[in-house]
Design a protein around this ligand. Sequence first.
Ligand code: NAP
Length: 287
Amino acid sequence: MATRVVDGAAVARRVRDAVAEQVRAAWPDPGRAPALATVLVGDAPASAVYVAGKRKAVREAGLGDVHRALPATATQADVAATLDGLAADPGVAGILLQLPLPPGLDAAALIERIPPGKDVDGLTTTSAGLLAQAKPGLRPCTPSGVVALLDDAGVRLAGARAVVVGRSDLVGRPLAQLLLQRDATVTVAHSRTRDLAAVTRTADILVVAAGVPGLVGAEHVAPGAVVVDVGIHRTEGGLTGDVRRAELTGVAALVTPVPGGVGPMTIAMLLANTLAAATARSDGAGE
Ligand code: NAP
């Protein structure tokens, strides 16, 4: 069997171009374009790199770039006040609180200060509830990027047996909901799952978001399955994922690479969410 390797960077580029075109059409005066506000607390190098990448993408899309940097010594009240200010700012369409936060800060409580209409990461309890009930709302970026990749590749979700490895609030849990909403038959595996390989071999579509380098190999994959690798790990040899991709050549029908698979889609969906949040507001449907 030929194994197709999906080009996530190319799909992400198309999504980003489409967002940029819609922003230009809706806000011809770039000075009036709605903004994404990024909030970075502390100086963790990885977080700084992620935020810089997101801000660059925001500017390229023609959206406004609002940034708040707080020191690692910032208190819960400091971060809360920053978020409240952005929540009240009519020029800000979306708010992204970069995680993880420095120790001592309660991330869950701070996330809840983001109004659901500006929750472009889809992480508030309200956004999660809307997703769980299949009601319109902003969806977490990485899971919606996975679904967009599958759609772009022409993978049929309705009726497919999908196995998601991982149940985090950020990836696994919302992804399972999105796949269910698209009429897949969904199984969620996690660290307490017995005989993971037996479970994953039932999958037509296997999405691995465990955060364990090389967790999944040929023994986990049924012939002809579609395998999406969400994991990202920095190693001396570069970025790797949760899947031993080389083993899947000739086994899987389709695989996503790391880097160049799901990663670029996450930023693309953040832009799409910011546009959606801005559009909902200008339609009067926002908060
Ligand atoms: P997380 O919060 O650590 O969650 C990991 C999940 O995997 C948990 O539900 C855990 O189960 C499960 N798990 C851990 N070890 C397992 C094992 N041996 N077998 C089966 N399940 C196992 O991680 P996350 O935030 O979801 O991220 C997952 C990975 O995706 C990480 O590598 C992260 O860097 C990457 N990521 C990539 C992007 C992107 O843009 N491409 C975005 C976000 C995250 P329990 O619930 O039982 O503990």
